[in-house]
Design a protein around this ligand. Structure first.
Ligand code: ADP
Length: 411
């Protein structure tokens, strides 16, 4: 009977999942994928095969569906469609591992309470990520659950890259730059060699441009700097998030504009970025469709590109140059014009777009003798499946040696 692992990515109103077959030392193999959307209301679910064909879809319930209901629906579906598989573990995407976790960890009561303690650092994400962990712990306490963190990959950064110029006591209380999208960057770092072996030891900047967007400087495949900081609000503008702003703007919002803290937070997270500047949409496809006739849509794109260009310059200064620029995530993988505009702004580095390759979405989209530019589709769920495999494997080998089962890689 094949062993399978479920990878869960729980957001505020959705539960995305992928099922992987454990293939021993080989790469975990995707079996199926899907999502329950609209949690909190009458949620819908859809399951797709690896080629994205719908296998099953429907309504979970007409009434309000809780996160636990959504999870139970998924577990029920998987149980009915077992197909000779045995579920051996669940891997969870968890946004914040703080300073505690520089790698994946098997969840027990102590780990769970440490992850709850980090919730104030990511109040909009962490509680949702932890809900399915708790629900599974209640219903299937013996099923191993592995937490995999968006922050962990950045723990290789030098201390100075993680510091704010605040009084030292703030650092001691965890006020530092953690960085996010680490599972995506880890995937890209692991894939570089398949595209061009010379990239692996090189000076690489990865532009993860989705609804959330950030950039990461990789040296020898390790994160040395990234644009998101204490929260996933920092760095470049995003679909609905503002990116870095002068913090005094927030005092102004609170004092002079009389916004409450929650209202100010809502503005910065959900009403800013591409949506806020365009007044039209957070969706790059819609902005591109309207850029010729709608000046605000065009300016939102211009600001996005401008800020990304500036951040690339800053990361190049830290890397001491640039060997390759990688585009990934929804916009990075699909938006031909965004890639072309960013590369054009970087012409001074010797980077030159190969327009035909860029239009065709080929992996290598640059030409000439300067730095290279690439499209590499990200795969965060595969990184989680690999991490689950590694944690289970190391627990097995430790229990062989000591007769006990140990938790995974904390620092
Ligand atoms: P998330 O951060 O939610 O995972 P995604 O990585 O799915 O986000 O990226 C969503 C963004 O990608 C949206 O702005 C969407 O418009 C953009 N996008 C997706 N497909 C295309 C496309 N074919 N052309 C341009 N933009 C696209």
């Amino acid at each position: 009977m094949a062993s399978v692992v479920v990878v869960l990515n729980a957001g505020s109103s959705s539960l995305k999942f992928k099922l992987f077959e454990d293939c021993g030392d080989a790469e975990p193999r995707l079996v199926l994928q899907g999502a329950i959307e609209g949690v909190g209301g009458p949620a819908r679910f859809a399951v797709r095969d690896t080629a994205n064909n719908v296998l099953d879809e429907g309504v979970v319930a007409e009434s309000a569906v809780s996160h636990e209901d959504a999870l139970l629906h998924l577990v029920g579906w998987l149980t009915r469609h077992k197909d000779g598989h045995t579920l051996v573990a669940v891997g969870h995407r968890v946004v914040h591992g703080g300073d505690l976790y520089a790698g994946p960890v098997r969840v027990d009561d102590a780990v769970l309470s440490s992850l709850h303690a980090l919730a104030p650092l990511a109040p909009l994400h962490q509680p949702h990520n932890l809900k399915p962990i708790e629900a599974i712990q209640r219903r299937m306490p013996d099923l191993p659950q592995i937490a995999c963190f968006d922050t962990a990959f950045h723990r290789t950064q030098p201390e100075i890259a993680q510091m704010f110029a605040l009084p030292r006591s703030f650092w001691d209380q965890g006020v530092k730059r953690y960085g996010f999208h680490g599972l995506s960057y880890q995937y890209i770092a692991s894939a570089l060699g398949q595209y061009e072996p010379r990239l692996v030891p090189g000076r690489v900047i990865v532009a993860h441009l989705g609804n959330g967007a950030s950039l990461c400087a990789l040296k020898q495949g390790q994160s040395i700097a990234t644009t998101m900081g204490f929260s996933a609000l920092d760095g470049v503008p995003m679909g609905t998030r503002c990116g870095a702003i002068d913090p005094a703007v927030i005092f102004h919002m609170l004092r002079s504009m009389k916004l409450g803290p929650e209202e100010a937070e809502r503005v910065l997270y959900t009403q800013s970025g591409l949506l806020g500047v365009s007044g039209l949409s957070n969706d790059m496809r819609k902005l591109r469709a309207n850029e010729a006739t709608n000046a605000c849509a065009r300016q939102a794109i211009d600001l996005f590109i401008y800020r990304i260009t500036r951040e690339i310059g800053a990361l190049m200064a830290i890397l001491g140059g640039l060997d390759a620029l990688i585009f990934t995530a929804g916009i990075g993988e699909n938006d031909v014009a965004t890639r072309a505009e960013i590369i054009a702004n970087l012409g001074w580095t010797g980077l030159a777009v190969d327009a035909v390759a860029n239009q065709a979405g080929r992996p290598l989209i640059s030409m000439g003798t300067g730095p290279t530019a690439w499209i590499i589709p990200t795969n965060e769920e595969l990184v989680i499946a690999r991490q689950v495999r590694d944690v289970l494997r190391s627990a097995q080998s430790q229990s062989k040696h000591s007769g006990s089962v140990a938790a995974g890689g904390t620092t």
